[in-house]
Design a protein around this ligand. Structure first.
Ligand code: BG6
Length: 488
C-alpha cells in the first residue's frame, strides 16, 4: 500500500499503441497498481487503440500476460485481477486513416464529462495525425488530455514542428509531455529537500558549492534496441531530457508555489541561462564514448549493427549556468551504457572550510548526495573526529538516510514513475510534465553540441565495458582539479 492515497475521479483513458512494449511493461502494471490501491476507481475505462485485429477479450488476455510478467504473484489476487481486466477494452483504430474513429467515439460517448486522456504511445510522426483525428471525432473537449513522450523531436526544428502540430488542436494546458524521470520519487524529493527545509537554501549557491555532479549510469548495453538507439545516441536519449530535468530541479530558484507554471517557469530560466558550448569548447567540455566488447557482451558498434557508427552511448560534459546563484560552480553531467553499475545520483560538492585549525589535517568539503536509484536516499558526507586517544585525527563519515528504511512502517512503497504520472494526468496536474517551451529550450542548447560533434567527424572514444567511461571523461574533471565520484 502507498500511504495517503487520494482517489482520482472516474476517467476514460485511451492508449494508442496500447498493445506495445511500453503499455505492457509500464502502463498496464501501473494502472493495475493504482486500481488495487484504491486510487483509480474500478469503473474507470482503459481502452487500447491499435491496428491489430483484436477484441476486448483478446486485449484482456494480453494484459493478463503482461501483469503476470511484471507484477509479483502475491500482488495479483484473482479478485483484483478480474476487476482490473473488466476495466479494459480494445478498439481497432487506424491512426492515419478513418477506420475505427467512430467506434472509439461511440465507446466514450456515454461519459462526456469524465477526464478523457489519450496516451500516444506511438511514433512521434503519428502525434499530429492522431491529435487531428481525436479532435475531428469530437473527442477534443475541455476535459481532454493528450499524453506524449520522447522522442519529442530529434532537434529544435523537429520539436517545434511537433509542438505546432499538437497546438493546432489542443491548448498547452491539455498537453502532458512525459519525462519519466520527473515521476521518480527521489526526483520529486529533490524539490522537497530543497524547498521544505530552510537548512540548505542559504548555502545552495556558488559561494558555498564548488560544483555539482549528475550521474545517470546504466550497466546494461543497448542490446536489442541497438538499431533504434543508434539513430539517437546518449545526448538525445538521456541528456536533452532526463539529465537536463535533473539539472533544472537542482539549479532552479524557488518557485513561489508548487504549481505547474511556477515550477516550469523556473526550470525554463535555468535552461536559458546555460552557457552555450560552442565549437571552441567541444574538445574540452564534452566527451563522447562507445563501449568496447568484452565478457559483458558485444561492443556498442556490434550492438548497433554498424561497424562505423559515430553515435555515442556515453556523454560527459561540463555545463555552466550564467546567473548570480551559479556562476563559478559548474555542473558536470555524465551518462552512459554498460558502465560499472546502475547508479543515478546528484552530488552537491560543497567547498572546503577556508582554514583548518587541526594541524596536519585537511578538512574536505561536505558532499550531499541525492541517490535517485537504486537504494533511494540522501547521504551527507561529514568530517568527524576519528575516535580514539590518538589526537585530533579527522575522518569523513556519511550521515545516511535510505528512504525505504527511514520511512519504514508508514506503509510506503516506491511507486513506479508511471503510476504517479498517469494519476497526475487524470487529476489534471501538469507540474511534473514538460512544457513545450522547456523542451524547445533544451534542444536549443543541445543542438549546437551535436552539430559540432558531427562537424568534427571525430569518433567517440572507446571505453571498457563495466568501467566508468572513457579516459577523457576523467580528464574533463582533472583539468579543473576535480574528480568524478565512483560509479559503484
Ligand atoms: C529511457 C532511455 O528514457 O530511460 C533509455 O530511452 C534508458 O535508454 C532509460 O535506459 C533509463 O531509465 P531508468 O528509469 O531505468 O533510469
Amino acid at each position: 500500500m502507498v500511504a495517503r492515497i487520494i482517489p482520482v475521479p472516474s476517467f476514460d483513458l485511451t492508449v494508442f499503441g496500447g498493445t506495445g512494449d511500453l503499455a505492457r511493461r509500464k502502463l498496464i502494471p501501473a494502472l493495475y497498481r493504482r486500481m488495487r490501491d484504491g486510487q483509480a476507481p474500478r469503473d474507470a475505462r482503459i481502452l487500447a487503440a491499435a491496428r491489430s485485429d483484436l477484441d476486448d477479450a483478446g486485449f484482456r488476455a494480453m494484459a493478463r500476460e503482461a501483469l503476470e510478467e511484471h507484477v509479483p504473484a502475491a500482488e495479483r489476487p484473482a479478485e483484483d485481477m478480474d476487476a482490473f481486466l473488466a476495466m479494459l477494452g480494445y478498439v481497432k483504430v487506424d491512426a492515419m486513416g478513418t477506420e475505427g474513429w467512430d467506434a472509439l467515439a461511440e465507446r466514450l460517448a456515454d461519459q462526456p464529462d469524465r477526464p478523457r486522456a489519450f496516451y500516444l504511445s506511438v511514433a512521434p510522426s503519428l502525434f499530429g495525425p492522431i491529435a487531428e483525428r481525436i479532435a475531428g471525432a469530437g473527442l477534443g473537449g475541455p476535459n481532454t488530455r493528450i499524453v506524449v513522450e520522447k522522442p519529442l523531436g530529434r532537434d529544435l526544428e523537429g520539436a517545434r514542428a511537433l509542438n505546432a502540430q499538437l497546438a493546432e488542436h489542443f491548448d498547452e494546458s491539455q498537453l502532458y509531455r512525459i519525462d519519466h524521470y520527473l515521476g521518480k520519487e527521489t526526483v520529486q524529493n529533490l524539490m522537497a529537500i530543497r524547498f521544505a527545509n530552510a537548512l540548505f537554501e542559504p548555502v545552495w549557491n556558488a559561494r558555498h558549492i564548488d560544483h555539482v555532479q549528475i550521474t545517470v549510469a546504466e550497466s546494461l548495453g543497448v542490446g536489442g534496441r541497438g538499431e533504434y538507439y543508434d539513430r539517437s545516441g546518449a545526448m538525445r536519449d538521456m541528456v536533452q531530457n532526463h539529465l537536463m530535468q535533473l539539472l533544472c530541479l537542482t539549479a532552479m530558484e524557488p518557485p513561489n508555489m508548487f504549481d505547474p507554471d511556477a515550477v516550469r517557469d523556473e526550470k525554463l530560466k535555468v535552461i536559458r541561462a546555460l552557457d552555450p558550448i560552442g565549437p571552441g569548447h567541444i574538445g574540452t567540455d564534452t566527451v563522447r564514448g562507445q563501449y568496447r566488447g568484452g565478457p559483458l557482451g558485444p561492443s556498442y558498434v556490434e550492438d548497433a549493427g554498424d561497424p562505423d557508427s559515430h553515435t555515442e552511448c556515453f556523454v560527459a560534459l561540463k555545463a555552466e549556468i550564467s546567473n548570480w546563484r551559479w556562476a563559478g560552480a559548474p555542473f558536470y553531467l555524465r551518462t552512459g551504457k554498460r558502465l560499472r553499475a546502475r547508479m543515478s545520483e546528484i552530488a552537491i560538492q560543497f567547498k572546503a572550510p577556508p582554514h583548518s585549525i587541526f594541524e596536519g589535517e585537511t578538512c574536505h568539503g561536505n558532499t550531499l548526495v541525492i541517490r535517485l536509484q537504486p537504494d533511494e536516499g540522501i547521504t551527507l558526507k561529514m568530517t568527524v573526529k576519528d575516535p580514539g586517544p590518538g589526537g585530533m585525527r579527522l575522518i569523513e563519515t556519511p550521515l545516511d538516510m535510505t528512504f525505504a528504511k527511514a520511512l519504514e512502517g508508514r506503509g510506503v512503497s516506491m511507486p513506479d514513475a508511471y503510476e504517479r504520472l498517469i494519476m497526475d494526468v487524470i487529476r489534471g496536474d501538469q507540474t511534473l510534465f514538460m512544457r513545450g517551451d522547456e523542451v524547445e529550450a533544451a534542444w536549443a542548447w543541445v543542438d549546437p553540441i551535436i552539430a559540432a560533434w558531427e562537424h568534427s567527424g571525430a569518433h567517440p572514444q572507446p571505453y571498457d565495458s563495466g568501467g566508468s567511461g572513457p579516459e577523457d571523461a576523467l580528464m574533463l574533471m582533472h583539468r579543473d582539479g576535480r574528480r568524478w565520484r565512483e560509479i559503484a
